[in-house]
Design a protein. Structure first.
Length: 232
């Protein structure tokens, strides 16, 4: 069993598209479960998610890392996979996760991203992110394990202490703890469609600067607004 955890907050515009892609996988539906953990949305997110998910509930822990932790604690699976509500999952996503864990002795798996809003600028931005991810992996320095496209051995994930409930950088930080328990593996063929809405609305350079600023502060945003933003 693979448990897919999807954190949400005011995602009525995207949640059905995301969950529909998760429901249309190459493996039987009974071999994986979908868990939506909501940050107390003020729109119809939970209502729209109910017919497509196995569990939908309001998170009790803080921030997106806490939502993923809450989902992991409610999960039945031996593998915990995470994605975001504004992502689109390819049809073989769940199958590839299962195959990687079956064929490799790993505790964490992650992949790459491509832009849903296709343009040269967006492709160039994510080419940079994917290149940074590969360089970090092959030099064994930084594991850029985006929360929208990663999976864990559940027992190792819990033993490592799960995600820190911080504003940004939790996906970098968890990999450093996971690697102490076993192998963290990058599969470049494990791809998800990634929404560029943050960068289109708030600007790429500004968004990246905010992210780096928060990470350098140990994950605490201070006066910077980064999470639970309102999108047009």
């Amino acid at each position: 069993m693979i448990s897919v955890v999807v954190p949400t907050y005011n995602e009525e515009q995207n949640i059905e598209r995301c969950l529909a892609s998760l429901a249309d996988q190459t493996v039987p539906r009974e071999t994986y479960e979908i868990i939506v953990v909501d940050g107390d949305s003020k729109d119809r997110t939970r209502e729209l998610a109910e017919p497509l998910a196995d569990q939908v509930f309001i998170q009790t822990s803080k921030r997106v890392g806490g939502a993923r932790n809450d989902g992991a604690m409610a999960a039945k699976g031996d593998i915990i996979a995470t994605t975001d509500a504004d992502c689109i999952l390819p049809r073989d996503w769940v199958e590839r996760i299962g195959r990687d864990f079956a064929e490799r002795d790993i505790v964490q798996l992650y992949g790459t991203v491509y832009p849903i809003e296709d343009s040269f600028r967006n492709r160039l931005s994510l080419l940079g992110a994917n290149t940074f991810s590969r360089l970090g992996y092959y030099t064994r320095t930084i594991y850029f394990t985006l929360g929208c496209n990663t999976a864990f051995d559940r027992e190792a994930f819990v033993r490592a202490g799960m995600y820190r409930c911080i504003d940004a950088g939790d996906d970098l930080e968890i990999a450093q703890r996971m690697r102490k328990l076993g192998k963290v593996h990058l599969d470049p063929r494990l791809k998800v469609g990634f929404s560029m809405r943050r960068y289109q609305q708030f600007g790429t350079l500004k968004s990246l600067w905010e992210w780096f600023y928060i990470v350098l502060r140990g994950g605490e945003a201070g006066g910077t607004t980064y999470t639970q933003r309102e999108y047009k």
